[in-house]
Design a protein around this ligand. Sequence first.
Ligand SMILES: C[S@@+](CC[C@H](N)C(=O)[O-])C[C@H]1O[C@@H](n2cnc3c(N)ncnc32)[C@H](O)[C@@H]1O
Length: 301
Amino acid sequence: MSDLAPAWSLAQSCVLRTDLGSLYHCDCMELLPALADASVDLWFADPPFNLAKDYGDGVTDRLGTADYLAWMRAWLLEGVRLLRPGGSLFVFNLPRWNVEAGHVLNEAGLLFRHWIAIDIKYSLPIAGRLHPAHYSLLYYSKGRPARFSRPRIPVPVCRHCGGDIKDYGGHRDKLHPDGINLSDVWYDISPVRHRTTKRRAANELSEKLLERVLEIASQPGDVVLDPFGGSGTTYAVAERMHRHWIGVELGDCEPILRRLSGRKPDVTPPRRGDAANGMQRPGVTPSLRRDAAKGTHRGDT
Ligand SMILES: C[S@@+](CC[C@H](N)C(=O)[O-])C[C@H]1O[C@@H](n2cnc3c(N)ncnc32)[C@H](O)[C@@H]1O
């Protein structure tokens, strides 16, 4: 990892080193400028969504729109600089913010690959708007992608009767035995909310999502950077899939350290996603609120 290590002044922020990766406890905007140009093969970012969530001391999730956009632009441009030619960049966010992120990346000259819609398993209706039913995962590359593999997924079936959900127009028997090609709409990513797996009260992405991203756009030995560590999902998956990784978290790093050392989670999942609070609007009926409390939104992902 020595060629990936940032300037010595940041060494004191390094709270974990493994054979494959390093975790820094600091603001990502302190770490990123210290890293060398074109040193990263895959960038994955799952930033705070500016929903006024509580990420703990020192972390703000309540910025004015202009400030949030300026902040997002700053770290996105660091991502563009750090990517090797052919490297890939993914950003997970609300459609509202990813429209803006796409604009920054287009202007910076990256190549648009996909707007991947990730089905939200449960979300609240918002008065006067269509029902929000997906998160956005932006996928760009720096020129023609050096890595790309297209995963296959099992043929989707009805969980009640086991029959196919889609009609394959009489060509069902010609489907590939390993399943269908992955599309840009992902219905099979479940939120993380079980006591045995959840590692951080606020947010946590499913390992399945990260496995898929790494499978699509990286190979063993590549360098993966995630500037918003959270519970360390990206780093845990990178370890398992034999990728080098660079991690950084401004808030509490203990959940990541616990996870990477193989200790069990010690978080009690909240009964409801707290983003649901932020999305409640006058006009939402009490029964809908009760239903939402059983489900999840960004707070449980
Ligand atoms: C949405 S969570 C990431 C969750 C992560 N993908 C996972 O699966 O666990 C965003 C994280 O970014 C952290 N964060 C916010 N601002 C940051 C900054 N400027 N530098 C580094 N980390 C930051 C927050 O503390 C939070 O843990």
